[in-house]
Write a protein that binds this ligand. Structure first.
Ligand code: UGA
Length: 471
C-alpha cells in the first residue's frame, strides 16, 4: 500500500504543526489551517514559530510541495479526506478542559461537509468529546453517513516532538467503526509497515523497518481515556519520586541511587523518575486537573490526582525554602538563575516552575539575572526587564557577582559549564540545583556549596574553595 491521503490539520500549535509536518514527511498531502493570520503568513514564509528540533528542516523539505498553510477552514475541509483537530483545550476555572475551540471548529467543519469525511481529535480532550463533536456536526444538518469522528491522541514531548511522532512507542486510534479505522490505518501505514524507515533521508530514531511501531485500535472513548490516563500516570510517577526525594533528604540518602534501584525493576521502568522542582508545561498540570474533573463528573473519586497536584506544588515551595536556607534572606541578594523553560530543549514557559520561582524571589526583594538558551524572549513578555530583573547573554554573565546560582531547567549546556570559571565568577560559590545536573562530590571538591534535590548537601572542601578562587 502507498496511499497518499489529503489531510487537513486544524491548529498550528506544538501538536498541530508537528503533526502536519510529519504527515507530509510520511508522504501525505497536508493543509495546515489556523485562524491566526500572522502565524500562517510566517509559516508560508518558512518561519517556524516554535523551538522544536528537526521541525525547520522538515518544513523546508515539504513547504510548497506536500504541505501548505491557510486560514480557510472551509476550503481545507472540502479538499481533505481526514480533518485532524489540534486546537487548544485550555484549563477552565473549574479545572475542566475548555472545549469551546473544539466546538467552534466542529461547527465550521460541519458547514463544509458535502461528502464523507473523518474528523479526528488530536487535542487532549475528555472522554465523550467525540460524542459531542458528532452531535454538533449532526445539529448542523450533516447526515450521519457523511462523517465519522475518531480519536488519535498524540504522545509527543516538546523538544523531541518530531522524533516522537515518527518513532512512537505506539499509535493509538480510537474508532467506532471500520470505515474510520481503515482510513486512519492507511494514514499511519508508512510507519506501521516500516516503509518510512527505509527512506535514505528518514529522520533517525528508535524505530526501524524491522521494528515498526504497533498500532492499537480501540473505541473512541478508550482512546480519549488513554491520553489523559497516560499523562496523569507520568505526572504521578514524578510526584512519587519527588516525595521519595524528600524522604532521602530527611534520611541522608541519595535519590539518584534510589531512582536507579526502583527503575531497574522492569515493571516500573527508569523513565520519569527524576526528582526535581516539580513538573510544568502545557500538558501535565492541565491534564491532571482535567482528568480529575472528568472522574468527578463520572462519579469516580480520583483523590490520588489531587495528591499528585499537591505534591507538585509543595516541591516548588521546598525549593524556595532551600534557596532561602542557603541565603538567609533574599532582600538585596543577587541571584543568578539558569533556566526559564519548563524543561530543557524547549522555549515553552507555560506553567514553568522556573517562572513561578523567579516571581517569588523578586517578591522577596532579590535581584535576579536570568539566562535560558531559548526561552528568554517569551519570558520577557510576561516578566519584562526591570531594576531587579535582567536577562544575561550567557550563563557566566548570569552568575557574575551573584550571591548564589540557581539551576531551574535541565538544559544539557548547563551540565557542561566550565565549573572553575563559574566558581570565580560568582561572589559566593553557592549553587542550588533544582535539576540535579552535577555530581555532588565533584562539586564539593571544586569548592562549591552545592545543594540539590533529594541528595545530601555538599559542603566545599576547604583547599578546593581557596584554590578555585584564584583566577
Ligand atoms: C508530556 C508527555 O510526556 C507527552 O507524552 C505528552 O504527549 C505531552 O505531555 C502532551 O500531552 O502534549 P511534555 O509536556 O512535552 O510532554 O514534557 P515532559 O517531557 O513530559 O515533561 C513534563 C514536565 O515533567 C517537565 O517540567 C519536566 O521537567 C518534568 N519531569 C519529567 C520531571 O520533573 N521528572 C522527570 O523524570 C520527567
Amino acid at each position: 500500500m502507498n496511499e497518499k491521503i489529503t489531510i487537513a490539520v486544524v491548529g498550528s500549535g506544538y501538536v498541530g504543526l508537528v503533526a502536519a509536518v510529519c504527515f507530509a514527511e510520511i508522504g501525505h498531502q497536508v493543509i495546515c489551517v489556523d485562524n491566526d493570520e500572522s502565524k500562517i503568513a510566517a509559516l508560508m514564509n518558512g518561519q517556524v514559530p516554535i523551538y522544536e528540533e528537526c521541525l525547520p528542516e522538515l518544513l523546508a523539505r515539504h513547504r510548497n510541495t506536500l504541505i501548505e498553510f491557510t486560514t480557510d477552514l472551509h476550503d481545507a475541509t472540502r479538499r481533505s479526506q481526514a480533518i485532524f483537530v489540534a486546537v487548544g483545550t485550555p484549563q477552565s476555572q473549574t479545572g475542566s478542559a475548555d472545549l469551546s475551540y473544539v466546538d467552534a471548529v466542529a461547527s465550521q467543519i460541519a458547514r463544509s461537509i458535502t461528502e464523507y469525511k473523518i474528523i479526528v481529535e488530536k487535542s487532549t480532550v475528555p472522554v465523550y468529546t467525540n460524542e459531542w463533536i458528532s452531535r454538533v456536526i449532526e445539529r448542523n444538518g450533516v447526515p450521519r453517513e457523511l462523517f465519522d469522528v475518531a480519536s488519535n491522541p498524540e504522545f509527543l514531548r516538546e523538544g523531541t516532538a518530531v522524533v516522537d511522532f515518527l518513532h512512537p512507542d505506539r499509535i493509538v486510534i480510537g474508532v467506532d467503526n471500520d470505515r474510520a479505522g481503515k482510513l486512519l490505518r492507511a494514514i499511519y501505514e508508512p510507519l506501521t509497515s516500516g516503509r518510512y524507515y527505509q527512506a535514505v533521508d528518514a529522520v533517525p530514531g528508535a524505530r526501524s523497518a524491522s521494528e515498526a511501531p504497533p498500532l492499537l485500535q480501540t473505541s473512541t472513548k478508550a482512546a480519549e481515556l488513554i491520553k489523559h490516563a497516560s499523562n496523569a500516570f507520568l505526572a504521578m510517577k514524578i510526584s512519587f519520586i519527588n516525595v521519595v526525594s524528600n524522604l532521602c533528604e530527611a534520611a541522608g540518602a541519595d535519590v539518584e541511587e534510589v531512582s536507579r534501584g526502583i527503575g531497574s525493576d522492569e515493571r516500573i521502568g527508569p523513565k520519569f523518575l527524576k526528582a526535581g522542582i516539580g513538573y510544568g508545561g502545557s500538558c501535565f498540570p492541565k491534564d491532571v486537573a482535567a482528568f480529575r474533573y472528568v472522574a468527578e463528573q463520572l462519579g469516580v473519586d480520583f483523590g490520588l490526582l489531587r495528591e499528585v497536584e499537591n505534591i507538585n506544588a509543595e516541591q516548588k515551595r521546598r525549593f524556595f525554602l532551600k534557596v532561602r536556607s542557603a541565603l538567609w534572606t533574599f532582600r538585596g541578594k543577587k541571584l543568578g538563575v539558569l533556566g526559564l523553560a519548563f524543561k530543557g530543549g524547549t522555549d515553552d514557559i507555560r506553567e514553568s516552575p522556573a517562572i513561578d520561582l523567579i516571581s517569588q524571589f523578586l517578591k522577596e526583594g532579590a535581584i535576579v539575572s536570568a539566562y535560558d538558551p531559548a526561552a528568554m524572549e517569551r519570558t520577557k513578555q510576561i516578566l519584562p526587564p526591570s531594576g531587579t530583573l535582567s536577562y544575561a547573554k550567557d550563563a557566566y554573565e548570569a552568575a557574575s557577582d551573584a550571591d548564589a546560582l540557581l539551576i531551574l531547567t535541565d538544559w544539557q549546556e548547563f551540565a557542561e559549564l566550565d565549573l572553575d570559571r563559574l566558581h570565580y565568577t560568582l561572589r559566593y560559590p553557592i549553587i542550588v540545583d533544582g535539576r540535579n545536573l552535577f555530581d555532588r562530590t565533584a562539586m564539593a571538591q571544586r569548592g562549591f556549596t552545592y545543594l540539590s534535590v533529594g541528595r545530601p548537601g555538599g559542603t566545599p572542601q576547604k583547599d578546593a574553595a581557596l584554590s578555585h578562587k584564584l583566577p
